[in-house]
Design a protein around this ligand. Structure first.
Ligand SMILES: *Cc1c(COP(=O)(O)O)cnc(C)c1O
Length: 388
C-alpha cells in the first residue's frame, strides 16, 4: 500500500477510529473514471456503471460525474442511481426476478431499457406497461453460450444458467413480441461473467454477437443498441501497480471484432473494473495463534465485511501495514472472528512477524465488499472512510 495511504490510516487509528472499516482512495477511483470515460468515449461507446459492485453514496456521486449511465439489478438500485446523480434516461434494469412493484417503479422513472431474461418476464412487463399506457423499451438478454473461464459461481453466459434467454428460444420470443403491443425491442444484451482477465472470452462473445445480429437482420429487426455487459477483471495481485485496468485493450477488442450495424450504439456495464482497486478493508489483529503446523492471525474483520474469499475462494492481497518491513516472516492463515470455518481471508499468506494490534489491509475490496456486508453474528456494519 502506498505510503500516503498508510499514513492516512495510521492517523485515523491514532484518533481512535474503530476497526474494521472500509477505506477508499478517491484519487484511484477518479483516475480510473477518467480513463474509462476517455477510452470508451473514443469509440462512442456508453458505459453504464453496475451499481451492485458498490453502492456507497459517496462512491456513486463520484462515478455519476463521469459516467451518467447506470446498470441496476433491483428497484432500489434504480432509485439509488437516480438519487446519486445518474440519469434515469440512461438506466438499464436487469435481473432474472424483477417484481411487479420494481417494474412499475422503473416504468414511472422512464428508464432507458429493461434487460429481459425470460419469456414470461416479457409478458409481465407488457401487462404492467399497458396499465400505465406506456411502451416499455426492452433488450433481450441472450445466453451466448460463451465460457468466461472464471469461477463457476460468477459464470453466467452458459446454457442452463438461470440468466438470460437461450438462442434456440429466439424464434418463439419474436413470435411472442408481435403480440405484446406495449413493448418495443431496442437492443440485445449479453453478460458472460465476472472477473474476466483474459480477453479471449470477450472476443468469442463478439463473434457470437455478430452471428446473432445476422439472424436478427434476416428477421428484418433493427436494433438500436447492443449491450455486452461487464465482467472485465482487475489484478488482485498488484493493486498499486495495476490500479487501472487495461480499458484501452478492452474497448479496442470490441472495436476490432464486433460488427455494429449502421447507427447502432455499443453499451457496456462495468462494475468491478471501476471500483475494485479504490477500496481496502482495514482491520486489526486481535490474536496470534500458533498451532502444530499453522500460524493464525485472527482479525477483527471477517466474512461479514468481505465475503468473497468465503463465497468463491477469491484471492485478495493482504498486507501488514504496521510491520516495519516486508522482510522475513512467517506464513499465516489470516482468519476472521465469525463462527464459520470458511471465514478465512487467505491461507499460508507470507507476512512479516505479525502481532496483536497490527493493522492489516486487505486490498482491492472496492467491488463486492461493502455491498455484501451482513450482520451475521449480530455484528455492526463497518463504516467507510474516504481519502481525497
Ligand atoms: C454483475 C453484472 C455486471 C457487472 O459485472 P462486473 O464483473 O462487476 O463488471 C454487469 N451486468 C450484469 C447484468 C451483471 O449482472
Amino acid at each position: 500500500m502506498k505510503r500516503e495511504a498508510v499514513n492516512f490510516i495510521n492517523n485515523l487509528i491514532k484518533k481512535d477510529a474503530q476497526t474494521p472499516f472500509y477505506f477508499y482512495e478517491m484519487s484511484v477511483l477518479e483516475n480510473t473514471l477518467k480513463s474509462v470515460a476517455a477510452l470508451s468515449g473514443n469509440y462512442g461507446y456508453e458505459v453504464h456503471y453496475a451499481l451492485k459492485a458498490n453502492s456507497n453514496d459517496t462512491i456513486l456521486q463520484q462515478i455519476s460525474k463521469y459516467l451518467p449511465g447506470a446498470d441496476c439489478v433491483s428497484g432500489n438500485e434504480v432509485k439509488k442511481a437516480i438519487e446519486t446523480g445518474f440519469d434515469a434516461k440512461k438506466v438499464v434494469f436487469a435481473g432474472v426476478g424483477k417484481s411487479d412493484r420494481e417494474i412499475d417503479y422503473a416504468l414511472d422513472q422512464n428508464i432507458f431499457c429493461f434487460n429481459c431474461e425470460s419469456l414470461q418476464e416479457l409478458e409481465v412487463i407488457n401487462q404492467r406497461a399497458a396499465l400505465k399506457n406506456k411502451t416499455a423499451h426492452i433488450a433481450l438478454r441472450i445466453n451466448p453460450g460463451v465460457n468466461a473461464n472464471t469461477h463457476h459461481y460468477i459464470t453466467t453466459g452458459l446454457e442452463e444458467n438461470k440468466f438470460g434467454i437461450n438462442i434456440w428460444e429466439l424464434p418463439s420470443v419474436l413470435l411472442l413480441l408481435k403480440s405484446l403491443s406495449n413493448l418495443k425491442i431496442i437492443g440485445l444484451h449479453f453478460h458472460i461473467g465476472s472477473q474476466i482477465t483474459d480477453l479471449q472470452p470477450f472476443r468469442s462473445l463478439c463473434l457470437k454477437v455478430n452471428e446473432i445480429q445476422d439472424w436478427f437482420d434476416s428477421q428484418h429487426i433493427h436494433l438500436e443498441h447492443i449491450n455486452v455487459g461487464g465482467g472485465l477483471g482487475v489484478n488482485y495481485h498488484e493493486p498499486d501497480s495495476a490500479a487501472i485496468p487495461d480499458f484501452a485493450a478492452y474497448f479496442k477488442l470490441f472495436n476490432d471484432f464486433l460488427r455494429l450495424k449502421p447507427n447502432q450504439k455499443l453499451h457496456f456495464e462495468l462494475g468491478r473494473a471501476i471500483v475494485a482497486q479504490s477500496g481496502s478493508l482495514i482491520s486489526q489483529v486481535l490474536y496470534e495463534k500458533i498451532g502444530i503446523k499453522t500460524r493464525f492471525a485472527i482479525l477483527d474483520a471477517g466474512m461479514t465485511e468481505l465475503i468473497r474469499p468465503a463465497l468463491y475462494q477469491s484471492y485478495h492481497k493482504i498486507e501488514n501495514i504496521s510491520a516495519a518491513s516486508d522482510g522475513n516472516g512467517f506464513l499465516y492463515d489470516v482468519v476472521g472472528p465469525i463462527c464459520e470455518s470458511s471465514d478465512c481471508f487467505g491461507k499460508a499468506v507470507p507476512l512479516p512477524e505479525t502481532k496483536r494490534g497490527d493493522i492489516i489491509a486487505i486490498r482491492s475490496t472496492g467491488a463486492y465488499g461493502e455491498v455484501m456486508a451482513s450482520q451475521y453474528n449480530l455484528r455492526e456494519i463497518a463504516s467507510s472512510v474516504f481519502m481525497p
